[in-house]
Design a protein. Structure first.
Length: 149
């Protein structure tokens, strides 16, 4: 039987920066959360003894970006803080909480990472569609995954 699950009830969460216990608050009404651009840099180490094929050595990893899209809620502080994070270039703690599924009654798991808000399109207004927001978080350092409960 397939272990596939729907993304419904997943959450993009922003840390509030409080210490010693940081609280994570859902960014409201997200419709899409996607991680893209993770890659490994490679150094070309081809030399006279390599033969006819190039040889590579992995060097640095880039964790990539999180892109998000959602309904624009003008009076929502969680969405307003995205603009503040962008303006101040705040490095924040973020999480993507996966939905509950099967025996995992709270969440399948959580991706945690540090990121900057590096893109923000707020609001996108069209006469025949809902008002939307979208943006990008650029991850710095290594993201971690914790299995759910």
């Amino acid at each position: 039987m397939s272990q596939a699950f729907a993304g419904r009830a997943s959450h993009l969460q922003r840390g509030d920066g409080n210490t010693p216990t940081e609280n994570f608050i859902n960014i409201l009404e997200m419709k899409k959360i996607a991680r893209t651009g993770a890659k490994a840099d490679l150094a070309d180490v081809t030399n006279m003894d390599s033969g006819a094929y190039r040889e590579y050595l992995p060097t640095l990893l880039t964790a990539g970006e999180i892109s998000f899209e959602g309904n624009y809620i003008a009076n929502d502080t969680t969405q307003q803080e995205l603009q503040s994070d962008f303006d101040t270039q705040r490095l924040g703690n973020w999480k993507i909480q996966l939905p509950p599924f099967g025996t995992y009654v709270v969440t399948l798991g959580t991706w945690s990472f540090k990121a900057y808000v590096t893109g923000l399109e707020v609001p996108d207004l069209q006469v025949d569609k809902e008002a939307t927001t979208s943006g990008k978080l650029t991850i710095t350092g290594a993201p971690t995954f914790a299995t759910g409960h």
